[in-house]
Design a protein around this ligand. Structure first.
Ligand SMILES: N[C@@H](CCC(=O)N[C@@H](CS)C(=O)NCC(=O)O)C(=O)O
Length: 239
């Protein structure tokens, strides 16, 4: 039975920019599984109501409906044990779980403070209104004020990446010699930014930059070839 993955989409439905959906994209590719990729926009809550909640990614595998990127990774590992392993430790995968929590709780807010306005710019007007209202309520200020002082937010992200940078000085991937789900947990954050924003987050001589390049090339360049918002292309062309 075909797998279906509901993914967050921009106004251009080819642009799929969610950090959590990217974790799942990379996990599926790692397992060699193909999924039909269904675009979903912020205000299309009805479309995924069958999953009993209002966020993506949602994976449908026959009769199984799984939401939350971490639960999807656990499901894929359980359901497809003969495919390449996503985890090098046994359930409940405490270290990969720690990396996932670090990415979600430290990197998401750090990167959001840099790209929030770029995310808004790539959405359909109806989703822009929802995104602005919900995020401005969350931050208690305008989106433009959240991202002001960009240089200091980029410096803060650089500091937050210190443990990753340290680890990558002595190995190619976070999980060791080969990539695994822990790598995808962090890489999803960078794909979020890459798809919607032209703001450089990393210096070219940063070991994290070289690791990100390796991840971009994985699985036949799946991530490198992913469509990005037109504003990103325009910025790169005029750079
Ligand atoms: N812990 C969840 C987080 C999922 C999540 O926050 N998804 C975002 C897209 S990146 C979403 O669907 N947001 C809907 C909204 O903000 O209304 C996971 O890892 O899948």
């Amino acid at each position: 039975m075909a797998l279906i993955l509901y993914e967050l989409a921009a106004a251009d439905p080819a642009v799929r920019f969610s950090p959590h959906c990217w974790k799942t994209r990379m996990a599926l590719a790692h397992k060699g599984l193909n999924a039909e990729r269904q675009p979903w926009c912020f205000t299309e809550t009805e479309m995924i109501a069958f999953s009993g909640q209002a966020k993506v990614p949602v994976l449908v595998d026959g009769d199984e409906v799984v939401h939350d990127s971490w639960r999807i990774a656990e499901y894929l590992e359980r359901q497809y044990p003969d495919k390449p392993a996503l985890f090098t430790e046994k359930p409940p995968m405490p270290l990969a779980g720690f990396v996932n929590a670090w990415a979600d709780k430290v990197l998401v807010p750090a990167i959001a403070r840099i790209i929030m306005v770029d995310v808004h710019a790539c959405l359909r007007p109806v989703d822009q209104a929802y995104f602005r209202a919900s995020r401005e309520q969350m931050y208690g200020k305008q989106l433009e004020a959240v991202v002001s002082d960009r240089d200091s937010h980029i410096r803060n992200l650089g500091k937050a990446l210190t443990p990753l940078r340290h680890i990558l000085q002595s190995r190619d991937f976070l999980d060791g010699a080969a990539p695994a789900y822990a790598d995808y947990c962090v890489f999803g954050m960078f794909m979020w930014a890459r798809c919607v924003s032209a703001i450089p987050l990393l210096e070219p001589d940063d070991p994290v930059h070289a690791w990100r390049e390796r991840l971009l090339d994985l699985h036949d360049g799946l991530a490198r070839s992913a469509p990005v918002a037109t504003a990103v292309i325009a910025a790169v062309v005029t750079d």
